[in-house]
Design a protein around this ligand. Structure first.
Ligand SMILES: O=C(O)CCC(=O)C(=O)O
Ligand SMILES: [Mn+2]
Length: 205
């Protein structure tokens, strides 16, 4: 995308992680998913399943279900066990790019298969909105869309590749954003294809 400078606080760091670092991260996320299995989240009220599969690591994890709505909790909703810790490489990433003194409390792991997407939304379930959201892409490319703080504000699209990092901070912290599509077969990182997205979040001030 050109012109991403137009949203103050939004940063796009293409290729932040090289191939070796991406492979190491995938190994760490596989270990997270072994302890805290991916599950299919459902939307509040409607109970409609999302197309991504999710898990978390960190003291807190972002969850959604029909009755409880969007929230953070310290347990995996299916196993009832605490989430595994955030890998050290991701803690370092936060220290490098967040510009925020306190560490992240949650890392949401989204897995997209070839047909998954994520509708335009704001990340606003955190009580600390001073901290940015730091996002890592691994595997197949996606079409990421980001707009303004009003749902109907104009949006820009950006093709995110494996190893890219995006920071939603400052005025972009509450920008609407989403993933319109995955481009299957655009990465060899994940043996069976698909895309992993990791978002690091600070929840409490
Ligand atoms: O997959 C992405 O790049 C975005 C994910 C996202 O916005 C979220 O999990 O809140
Ligand atoms: Mn989001």
């Amino acid at each position: 995308m050109t012109g991403h400078e137009l949203i103050p606080g939004f940063r796009y760091l293409p290729g932040h992680f090289d191939r070796a670092a991406q492979e190491a991260l995938v190994g760490e996320i596989r270990a997270v998913a072994a302890a805290a299995p991916l599950y299919v989240p459902v939307m509040p009220r409607s109970g409609q399943p999302m197309s991504v599969r999710m898990t978390n690591c960190g003291a807190l994890g972002w969850v959604t279900d029909r009755d409880g709505g969007y929230r953070y909790q310290d347990r995996h909703p299916v196993t009832g066990r605490p989430w595994p810790p955030i890998p050290a490489s991701l803690m370092r990433l936060w220290a490098e790019v967040s510009g925020y003194p306190k560490p992240p409390q949650a890392c949401l792991v989204n897995f997209y298969d070839a047909t998954a997407k994520m509708g335009l939304h704001q990340d606003r379930d955190e009580s600390d909105l001073e901290a940015p959201v730091v996002s890592v892409s691994l595997g197949d490319q996606c079409l990421f869309r980001i707009g303004g703080t009003a749902r109907k504000a104009p949006t820009r699209s950006l093709r995110l590749s494996s190893g890219d990092v995006v920071v939603l901070g400052g005025e972009s912290r509450l920008s609407f954003h989403g993933v319109d599509r995955i481009y299957p077969g655009t990465s060899t990182l994940l043996r069976d294809g698909g895309r992993i997205n990791l978002t690091l979040r600070r929840v409490d001030p």
